[in-house]
Write a protein that binds this ligand. Structure first.
Ligand SMILES: Cc1cc2nc3c(=O)[nH]c(=O)nc-3n(C[C@H](O)[C@H](O)[C@H](O)COP(=O)(O)OP(=O)(O)OC[C@H]3O[C@@H](n4cnc5c(N)ncnc54)[C@H](O)[C@@H]3O)c2cc1C
Length: 501
């Protein structure tokens, strides 16, 4: 029987990056993915002549000094994947405000101060703090965080990471800024990470925002290009990737992970195969490792570690193929965050994200503002996205589920028609993907693309605790350190490989 250095369960970005780095360093890697394509949330699919992007709106961190750049260079990503700079960070649209936030620190400050002159001090403080946090995150060494955090000089070198560990986005903004509208503008894209500013870790939020204020990027042709490249990179370096196969069990011996049992995803029989390795890496969701993949004793150990942890909200997407580029209808913006008139302060946001579809804040992303490669000449692709919860869908019958999805699509079509008049007539195709869809394709509990929620108790150094208690079993996904998003999953996969190496 063939023995590997590492077996990776799942070809999401965390698994692919861990596999690519290990394969590059000469390790014998086997990656097993239950879906027909690699990527997890970082995938695309075809409908008519449109390429539909499952997840990516934009990713940041592609500037000098960001550790992601070094990872991309090492894994030959820049030579094989084309990144397109998004024209601005976002447009914020509410009843009172319609403003465009540039993806550059100084320009963003200028715009905000121009609209909120009484808040100049607060705006400057906001950017100072989020960039300080972003800088400290980038300077963190890539291994052994727990030991590093105990180093006596740590608080002097990383003061924000230490002293703001417990702070939420809401608390920080309430201390820094008075104007409620300005606070809403600054957290417009919160739904990309979480659904409540008062339980969202400031550190995680700031790390991600600081990256976007250096410029956001989309991948020409869709995020599948990145996932495909990483899979091919693993194969080029001698690794093996098996698609359409589901890992059903992690094999252990004397409390140590030694291999996996897997079978064809679609197979109706119980017939499984086995593969063995020194290290097992789960890109699969950590709760699934505890609930489904480990046997009793080992499963209990992991359960103890993760019990009580909160899972992040999911997302709903209404995907569109349009008969024309939306520039022809006068749209000038890549991401527009639409806020409902009843959302007057940060305190209203959580209820809004769980509330009525006709009022729920959402983002509309128009990929045709870029040469995205997602649609043929003269057509375009777009998506509406907002928070979603499996519990809103999972008790519905098949017919009711379909009908509710259609109802939600119509509500959102009406809402974007108000934003971009004429858009309804330009729709050639649309389709709704709910939290349940994400759960079905990635197997993530609650359909969460972000794993455990980024609350202060579950972020940064507290997230380091989400480590496998089983010897030779590692985690590399949105569920583990540092967390979700493209940057989080990629860095998590790389950290995991470094730790093993
Ligand atoms: C609608 C949407 C919009 C998003 N927008 C953005 C964005 O604009 N910017 C951004 O940075 N991030 C965005 N994200 C989040 C980002 O895509 C995810 O956080 C990240 O890709 C998760 O990566 P992961 O490594 O945790 O793996 P996942 O993507 O969760 O994939 C896990 C993989 O493991 C496989 N698997 C699971 N169990 C098994 C098993 N037992 N056997 C075999 N295979 C298994 C699954 O099939 C899947 O392929 C978005 C996500 C979604 C869904």
């Amino acid at each position: 029987m063939e023995k590997y250095d590492a077996i990776i369960i799942g070809a999401g970005l965390g698994g692919l990056t861990a596999g690519a780095k290990l394969a590059k360093e000469g390790k014998k890697v086997l990656l097993i993915e239950q879906h027909t394509i690699p990527g997890g949330c970082a995938t695309t699919f075809k409908r008519k002549d449109f390429t539909i992007e499952v997840g990516l709106h934009e990713t940041g961190g592609l500037y000098k000094d960001n550790p992601k750049v070094k990872i991309f260079e090492e894994l030959e990503i820049f030579e094989n994947v084309e990144f397109l700079r998004v024209p601005e960070f976002y447009r914020f649209k509410s009843e009172k405000y319609d403003l465009v936030i540039p993806d550059d620190r100084q320009q963003a400050i200028n715009t905000l101060v121009q609209h909120f002159p009484d808040e100049e001090k607060g705006v400057k403080k906001f950017f100072k703090v989020i960039f300080a946090i972003g800088g400290e995150i980038n300077r963190l060494p890539q291994v052994r965080w727990k030991q590093i955090a105990l180093f006596p000089l740590f608080p002097l070198l990383f003061p924000n990471l230490v002293f703001r560990t417990k702070q939420t986005v809401g608390d920080f903004l309430d201390k820094t800024i008075k104007n409620q509208d300005l606070k809403l503008v600054l957290v417009a894209n919160l739904t990309y990470y979480h659904d409540n500013p008062y339980t969202m870790s400031l550190i995680y939020f700031a790390g991600a925002q600081a990256e976007f204020y250096h410029g956001g990027y989309y991948i020409k042709g869709g995020s599948q290009k990145l996932s495909d490249h990483l899979m091919h990179f693993i194969e080029k370096k001698g690794g093996k990737v098996i698609l359409r196969h589901l890992v059903t069990r992690i094999l252990t011996e004397n409390g140590k992970a030694i291999g996996v049992e897997y079978k064809e995803t679609k197979s109706k029989t119980d017939e499984t195969q086995k593969a063995f390795a020194i290290y097992i890496i789960a890109n699969a969701a950590v709760p699934n490792v505890a609930n489904q993949l480990l046997i009793e004793k080992e499963s209990e150990k992991l359960h103890k570690k993760i019990q009580g942890l909160e899972i992040a909200c999911s997302l709903i997407s209404v995907y569109f193929g349009f008969r024309k580029p939306l520039k022809e209808l006068g749209n000038k913006h890549y991401s527009t965050f639409v806020f409902d008139k009843e959302v007057l302060s940060l305190e209203d946001m959580h209820a809004n994200y769980k509330g009525d579809w006709s009022k729920r804040n959402f983002v509309f992303c128009d990929y045709s503002q870029l040469d995205s490669g997602l649609a043929p000449q003269g057509k375009s692709v777009g998506v509406i996205c907002t928070s979603d919860y499996v519990s809103d869908w999972d008790k519905l019958s098949r017919e009711d589920y379909k009908a509710r999805k259609e109802e939600v699509a119509q509500i959102f079509i009406e809402r974007i028609e108000k934003l971009i008049p004429g858009i309804r007539d330009a729709i050639e195709y649309y389709e709704v993907a709910t939290a349940k869809t994400i759960q079905r394709y990635t197997l993530n509990p609650d359909g969460s693309p972000y794993g455990f929620a980024q609350t202060p108790d579950q972020a940064l150094f507290n997230r380091v605790q989400i480590k496998s208690p089983i010897k030779n079993l590692y985690f590399a996904s949105a569920w583990s350190m540092p967390g979700g998003g493209f940057t989080g999953a990629i860095r998590g996969g790389y950290f995991c490989a470094k730790e093993i190496l």
